[in-house]
Design a binder for this molecule. Sequence first.
Ligand code: BG6
Length: 468
Amino acid sequence: MTFKKDFLWGGAVAANQCEGAYNEDGKGLSTQDVAPRGIVGPITEEPTDDNMKLIGIDFYHRYKEDVKLFAEMGFKTFRTSIAWSRIFPNGDDVTPNEKGLQFYDDLFDECLKYGIEPLVTISHYETPLALAKNYDGWVNRKLIGFFENYVTTIFERYKNKVKYWLTFNEINSVLNQPYMSGGIFTDKSKLTKQDLYQAIHHELVASAMAVKIGHKIMPNAKVGCMILGVPNYPLTPNPDDVLEAMKQDRENLYFADVHVRGAYPKYMDGYFKENDIKIIMEPGDEEILKNTVDFISFSYYVSSCATADPEKLKTAEGNLFSGVPNPYLEASAWGWQIDPKGLRYMLNLLYDRYQKPLFIVENGLGAIDELVTDENGNKTVIDDYRIKYLNDHLVQVGKAIEDGVDVMGYTTWGCIDLVSASTAELRKRYGFIYVDRNDDGTGTLDRYKKKSFNWYKEVISTNGKSLV
Ligand code: BG6
C-alpha cells in the first residue's frame, strides 16, 4: 500500500479566515481585523465592515455542522489554528480569557467525537493587534515571553486533546509579509534586513521554546514547524541560474535547517556578513534552538524559477513569494502556476536533507465556483477542475512515498470555503464545501457539498487507491 494505514487525511483552515466572531466572548483585536484587503491593502484604524474576516464563514457558531461534514468525508485529522487574541486579548495579559479557551475545548471535543485528530497551528497570521502596535510584533524580543505564556497555557489546557501541533504558519513568509506573518507594524519599506532577521531569530527561539515546553507538558505529542514550500528551479542550465536557484532555496530552507538541526546553518554566516546583519543573541538562545522539531510540515501551491539574468527577471503571481514564471506550466485564475510534480520534488528534497517525517498541511486550488442545481434538486458545484488538481498532486505524493519519503499526512487547504489570506476575498474558493457568502457581504452562510466532496470521501475511504 502506498499510503500507510494511519495516513492522516484531512483538511485545513485558519481561525482568522473562517471563525468570524471577531469581537465576541472577550476576543481582542488581531492584526487581521484591521487588514480588510489582505496583504495588498491598508491597515485601518478600526475594524471596517468591508473586512470579510470579521464574519468569515461564521465557523465560530457553525463549527458543529462543519465538523460533521468533515467526518462524513472521513477526515482523520482537521487542521485549524488558535486565535491568540481569543486567549490573550492583548497578547501581554497575565491571565487568559476563559471563554476563548472554552471555545477550542468545545471544537476539539467535537472533532474527537468523530475520531478526528485536531492538528493545531499555534500562530497562523494573526498576532494580537496590541502586540503589533505597542511592541512592533516579533521585532521585539519581549514577544518571546508573551508567546511562552500563550503556549504554556494552551498546552496545559489541551494536552489531553491535541497530539499534533505546529508552531508558526509559513514562518519563512515573514521575509515578504512582515505585518501579516510577524505582526510587525513598521511599514515594510522602512524595515532593514537587520530588523527582519532579528525578528526571525526571535520567532525561531520562540518556536524551539514551544517544542521544549510541549515535550515537557505533553510527552506523547508531536510538535512540528511549518514552512511555505516553494521549490526553485533554475530557469536555464546556465550555472549562474543554478546557483541562483540554490540561493533562493536556502532563503526558505534556512528556516527548516534551524528547526531540524537546532542551529544556524553555516551558509547564513556569509549571508549575514554580506548584508551587514548581526543577530543579537542572548545567553541561552543557542541552547534553546537545540530543541528540534518532531516533524516538518509545509504548504505547497507553486514552484518557481530562478534566474541570475536581470533581463529575464519578471515575476509570476504566487503565494506570498513570487518568482520567474515557468514556461512549461499553466496557472490558476489567480496566476499561481500549477505544478503537481513539484510536490514530489519538494518532498524528496526535504526528506533527502532531513530524514524527518513530512506533513503536507496545505495544498489546493483557489477557483471561482458556480453554484448550480443538480438533477435531484440539490445545490452543488461541479468542480472537476479542483478534483483534477488535487488528484494530480496526490498521485505525486504517492510517487514520493514510493521514492522512500516518510509522509505523515495531507490536509487540503480551505476544506470548506473561507476568506483568502492574500486578497481577503471569498470568491477565491478552495473547499469541498461551498459557503453561501459573497464579497459584498450577501449570502445565507448555508453550506453545500460540491462534487469534490464525494470524490475526497472516496480517496480517504480507499486510502488513495481511487486516485488516477
Ligand atoms: C497560505 C496560507 O499561504 O496560503 C493560508 O497559510 C492561505 O492562510 C493559503 O489562505 C492560500 O492563500 P490565499 O491567498 O489564496 O488565501
